[in-house]
Design a protein around this ligand. Structure first.
Ligand code: SF4
Length: 190
């Protein structure tokens, strides 16, 4: 049977499309998503690094992280990640990662291990001390030389991060205002 030039081109295009969809003819792809993550638990989360907020899939086995990759279903990144986001597995699973509180006392040349409860109490104590030491109830405005109620502390600033969601940002800003802190910034703006 003869084959026209048109038949030949059509057959070639169909064969190419088949190979593109399935890999080499007759060969199963070892990297197919369902094969690669078979038996793993998949959870969604957000990259903590910047305000883009890329979506991630975290795969775990027996409670341990075995893989982190971009979430193809996420409306922001559609599965892609920048170099920082792509390195998150190495941040989560790393023998050099600090997992305990290490404290170096003023003037000391060595770190000592402390509990999380000790660290939280100390942070709360130092926050309160700093706030009280620098608190201003009133201040004279240089422009009109009148005294105004300001109720603020300029001894510290609050710093939010891209890992915070809307509700956490709301609480963070409420907490800073309640403490009298006027300098509230976000990591992604720096
Ligand atoms: S650091 Fe990269 S991967 Fe993470 S949210 Fe920002 S752009 Fe996305």
């Amino acid at each position: 049977m003869g084959m026209s030039r048109r038949d030949f081109l059509r057959g070639g295009a169909l064969a190419a499309a088949g190979v593109a969809l399935t890999g080499r003819p007759g060969e199963a792809s070892a990297d197919a998503p369902q094969t690669r993550i078979k038996g793993l638990k998949s959870s969604t989360t957000i990259c903590p690094y910047c305000a883009v907020g890329c979506g991630l899939l975290v795969h775990t086995k027996d409670g341990k992280i075995v893989n982190i990759e971009g979430d193809p279903q996420h409306p922001i990144n559609h599965g892609s990640l920048c170099s920082k986001g792509s390195s998150l597995f190495q941040v989560a699973v790393n023998e050099n990662r600090l997992q305990k509180v290490m404290y170096r006392a003023p003037g000391s040349d060595k770190f000592e291990e402390k509990s999380w409860d000790w660290a939280m109490d100390r942070i709360a104590l130092r926050l309160k001390e700093t706030r009280d030491k620098n608190f201003k109830a009133k201040e004279i405005n240089k422009k009109d030389n009148k005294e105004y109620v300001v109720n603020r502390t300029e001894g510290m600033a609050f710093f939010g991060g891209a890992g915070l969601d809307n509700e956490e940002c709301y609480l963070w800003s409420k907490f800073s205002r309640a403490m009298g802190v006027g300098m509230l910034e976000h990591q992604a703006r720096l």
